[in-house]
Design a binder for this molecule. Sequence first.
Ligand code: NDP
Ligand code: 2IT
Length: 451
Amino acid sequence: MLKTMSIKNAYLLSVLDGLKKKSAHEPEFLQAVEEVLESLEPVVEADPRYERQNIIGRIVEPERVVMFRVPWVDDSGKVQVNRGYRVQFNSAIGPYKGGLRFHPTVNLSVIKFLGFEQIFKNSLTTLPMGGGKGGSDFDPKGKSDGEVMRFCQSFMTELQRHIGPDTDVPAGDIGVGAREIGFLFGQYKKIRDEFTGVLTGKGLSYGGSLARTEATGFGLCYFADAQLRDNGQSFQGKRVVVSGSGNVAIYANQKCAQLGGKVVAMSDSNGYIVDENGIDYQVIKEIKEVKRARIKTYLDYVPSAKYVEGCSGIWTVPCDIALPCATQNEIDEASAKALIANGCMGVFEGANMPSTPGAIAAYQAAGILFAPAKASNAGGVATSGLEMSQNSERLSWTFEEVDAKLKGIMEGIYAACAAAAEKYGMKGNIQAGANIAGFLKVADAMLWQGI
Ligand code: NDP
Ligand code: 2IT
């Protein structure tokens, strides 16, 4: 159930009410929309053009939704069928851009919430990218490389007619990493007979960017560091809990340790590990990227660590800083209160929408620092934007160049969010600032382009 709204503006309420009727069966999407619209109240009241041109009514409706059948043959010769999605949400400031998620929980509501968030996130990066998202309810876990390849080929056989380097540029997300991007790219090239930057997160031997693998986790820590410093704090000496153990979590751990923090707990969907001596990201990298094993096997490397079955208990591990890097709604109100009771002073989101509305209300009531995903995890897509630039000029930049640009972009996003919050009378509210700053650029472009 969604919490009761605090929105009072009649125009915003009418758009939201209409959407709730039309999308009643899409709870994640409605949650993401309501969170943004709440922040936009002062913006809509300050400028009548947004209502006159019905910008809000238009921005909550995807420009296009594609759903398709993905048949593939498993290793036993049986024909399997999954459902594929691509939601092309908004192209006002650039080609649709956003990841592909392969996970059994994927449905239209999940892809629409992710695509909607992506509009504002991509705008915040300052790069010319519109918002989109896609994926499938296919579960790569436990599948052979051959099965994953056949699935990816079938998925791309349909998707290829809807995407292109100037139209829509997908990338990775949960369950889509270097292996999947490679198979998807190979199939696109085969069908279209084009070698282009149609996907990002590519391997370094065929057009990928250095630092894209690390970008979301590194970017999260650059953002958190900027916010901490603005509040007279730093990562130095802090106990940090990172949920998840995938692409975002691994490199958040690495950068956090470089900045002086100690990651004491990490998780996967089965359970979590606690290591008071600090978890070495290289061990997690080996377990997850090389062996594709469960986090429980960390005990084989560090027998003194502790493993607890079930992932949600990770928020009861005392910490100064929480970096949720697994999935949506992983911190509910009770988990947020447990974090706060144990002295947590900041939550910086690596995953998309990891905090429920109740959790966010708890952070606000306690006055702890909070960085919303669409700002703090924008480093991944920002570096995808840099990969697109490199592909266009058919050159590649050094790791140091890309990393320095990423750091500059994340610090710029923090500054833009802080400035927007202050301008609209909500100084220090980075959540509202992110929604407002992200919205203004897209809305302006929509106004210029007509309906
Ligand atoms: P990965 O597939 O690499 O890793 C996902 C991690 O989260 C795994 O540890 C996984 O555990 C865990 N997880 C996934 N779903 C659930 C679930 N339903 N319940 C509990 N744990 C779960 O994905 P990423 O690291 O790429 O993505 C993590 C988050 O970051 C997502 O919210 C994604 O949208 C977001 N993100 C990713 C970006 C990127 O560049 N990759 C950019 C910006 C945001 P298990 O292995 O057991 O499934
Ligand atoms: O949620 C996200 O921003 C991503 N999964 C990355 C998208 C991208 O296009 O790099």
